[in-house]
Design a protein around this ligand. Structure first.
Ligand code: ADP
Ligand code: MG
Length: 248
């Protein structure tokens, strides 16, 4: 009976009020496995708040967030990470004084083995995983470089890599290409397309050219509600979307 089965993420009637102001208002959002969903909309539309609600940073006033048929509302941020949800914030938060290798190493889930210690982390399995992820994020030639010397774009990639170490099934990114060079944007589009396979990705993005290259489906938020949803083609030609967002 349940149509929930096709969706990895099933959000119903999600609402949060801040002092009577509904930043997210009765949101229904359904994301499939392998899907790369982009959320767009004007400043203050509630985009970041939606991610805050999914990852447990903010508690909703009402509503439900089912992830792989499990209710996330009421769980702590840590528990939600353990359920397989990874979130990257707008500014990179890597360890500047650790190397690329070490940044990835500390991100390996420590609870996964009997020994959550460094000896365990240096196991061949973990080393192989670090190398695999470093290659995925274009940093395999910089494993011994300190975080501090990386370019802004490389720091963003490293943070995506730190998420990948945990093998999340849902990854959420807030404006991942802000401040990146055109070449870095190109590489990021390819990276995101690759890593959406086998999981789901939700991205908040303003750069419409970039959105058109990555989005499987686009959700347009306005005043905490969905204004439009569909392919990039569809939302781009939607008069309401042009009026409140794209026309500016
Ligand atoms: P967007 O990411 O689409 O620009 P946000 O989700 O950051 O929008 O914010 C939506 C609205 O909710 C804004 O008006 C913002 O000021 C408000 N808001 C967000 N978080 C909080 C909070 N913790 N307390 C009060 N108001 C908030
Ligand atoms: Mg925001």
């Amino acid at each position: 009976m349940s149509s929930k089965k096709e969706f990895i993420l099933y959000i119903e009637d999600l609402t949060v009020s801040f002092d009577g102001f509904k930043a997210v208002d009765g949101l229904n959002l359904y994301v499939e496995k392998d899907e790369l969903r982009v959320i767009i909309g004007p400043n203050g539309a509630g985009k970041t708040t939606v991610l805050d609600l999914i990852c447990g940073k903010t508690q909703p006033t009402s509503g439900s967030v089912l992830f792989k048929d499990k209710e996330l509302i009421g769980l702590s941020e840590h528990e939600i990470v353990r359920e397989g949800v990874g979130r990257k914030f707008q500014t990179p938060s890597i360890y500047e004084n650790l190397t690329v290798y070490e940044n990835l190493e500390v991100s390996y889930p420590s609870g996964r083995g009997v020994l959550g210690c460094l000896a365990f982390k240096r196991s061949p399995e973990v080393v192989a995983r670090i190398r695999e992820v470093a290659k995925e994020i274009y940093l395999d030639h910089l494993l011994d470089a300190e975080g501090a010397i990386l370019s802004h774009g490389q720091k963003q990639w490293l943070e995506i890599g730190m998420l990948l170490m945990q093998e999340p099934q849902l990854i959420m990114l807030d404006e991942p290409v802000a401040g990146m060079s055109p070449a870095e944007r190109e590489q990021t589009a390819a990276l995101l397309n690759r890593i959406s396979k086998g999981r789901a990705i939700i991205i908040i993005e303003h750069d419409m050219e970039f959105v058109s290259r990555i989005a499987h489906r686009v959700t347009v938020l306005h005043l905490g509600k969905i204004l439009a949803e569909g392919s990039m083609e569809q939302v781009q030609h939607n008069p309401k979307v042009i009026e409140v967002y794209l026309g500016h």
